[in-house]
Design a protein around this ligand. Sequence first.
Ligand SMILES: NC(=O)c1ccc[n+]([C@@H]2O[C@H](COP(=O)([O-])OP(=O)(O)OC[C@H]3O[C@@H](n4cnc5c(N)ncnc54)[C@H](O)[C@@H]3O)[C@@H](O)[C@H]2O)c1
Length: 421
Amino acid sequence: MDRKLKIGFIGLGQRGAAYGMTDGSIGLLGNVLKNSDDAIVTVICDKYQERLDAAAKKIVEHGYDMPMQTQNYKDVMNAGIDAIIISTSWDMHVKVALEGMKAGIPVAMEVGGTHSIEDCWKLVDCYEETGTPIFFMENCCYNKDEALVTSLVRNGVLGELAYCQGYYCHDLREEIAGGIDTHHYRLKEYMEHNCENYPTHELGPIAKLLNITSGNRFTKLVSMASKAVGMKSYIAKNPKYSAPERLGNAEFKQGDVVTTMIQCENGETVFLKLDTTLPRLYERGLTASGTEGFYCQTTRAVILDDGTVDHEMTSYKDMFHTQDNYDRYLPDDWRTITPEQIKAGHGGMDYIMLKHFFRCLKGNKPMPIDVYDAVTWMCVTALSEQSIAQGCMPVEFPDFTRGKYKTRKTVDTMDYPVIKE
Ligand SMILES: NC(=O)c1ccc[n+]([C@@H]2O[C@H](COP(=O)([O-])OP(=O)(O)OC[C@H]3O[C@@H](n4cnc5c(N)ncnc54)[C@H](O)[C@@H]3O)[C@@H](O)[C@H]2O)c1
């Protein structure tokens, strides 16, 4: 397809349209408007009129025609668009995606877990019945650090992987409590559920490293939740929220720190940590351990078993930033990115992710993060909720590929270089 894709946006909150954001972020809408040669936004949808008004204003200010606007997502399906971008609350992702896929409109769906294994199967069945492409927008798979470690692993630099680890550590106390004014969905989620509620930022890149759904699969998990004291303490300290008619009497089910261990069919294990309601710095902590080396995102270190590191004596501090030596492993997307594109969201990964989605659609190519990846990563939320509720019992993963993982090939649209040392 030579012309620009016509996009319908559903969900115009913080992520969709940077609604109410004061940190300079532009959201997915701003990203498409500012940077894409591939797409224009012709339809927008949100439950709230003021969010529609703000997004429409932005679109017109960027020199585009006034988009069609609606508060009913079903209207978007009949509006002559080429793709839908879904950035609603988690509970609506699958409902909207199914509606789009049944109408034959390719879907890009924001990240988040699901509480329902049944919903995962619905998504798989709908994809298999309709063949409508669905892309799971796990932007961390396109981040520079994750691209580097993926390239190192694809090039065999770390040897055979045995273990990976990742975190979603992000102090979200203000976002959660603030939901009482902003309608943000996290407030209800944290009151009603206790689970690994946001697994995919760390698990997506790890699943790609371990060839999950293409040669390997997750077999079982065990989750454990700490007590839930962070939100109560935050609210009690904060006069904005502490009145009884505000959140003073609110109860939260969600444990402050949830740890999850996953076993893979090929023998690797994965450790995940969710830590969002205690004071802390942001950290994803991606770690990969193999027979020839170790990668750690937190220290930005690559440590190889080649005699250059004295494993007993070298201090933690000396290991910082060693990954700079490995830039030659980066794919072209990260060599050619412009400062403007880097500013377009999360340090550039949003721009690269959307570019890959649009190019796959235009070229009729398979999605690099497809329905099987999406449900395999999202279902961790439902499985961890079961495990915690059953006193940390192991829970089996469904095989959403129905055996196809044995022969499926990984789709890498990032062109990882082949380095011959
Ligand atoms: N990939 C990332 O880096 C990243 C970052 C932040 C958020 N997210 C994801 O983006 C999504 C949205 O998060 P957010 O923080 O913007 O939430 P938000 O609450 O600010 O925005 C969600 C929007 O969806 C709208 N909405 C909900 N149900 C709807 C419906 N039935 N019809 C139309 N509109 C509806 C809401 O009115 C709201 O404006 C989540 O899935 C979240 O996990 C991803």
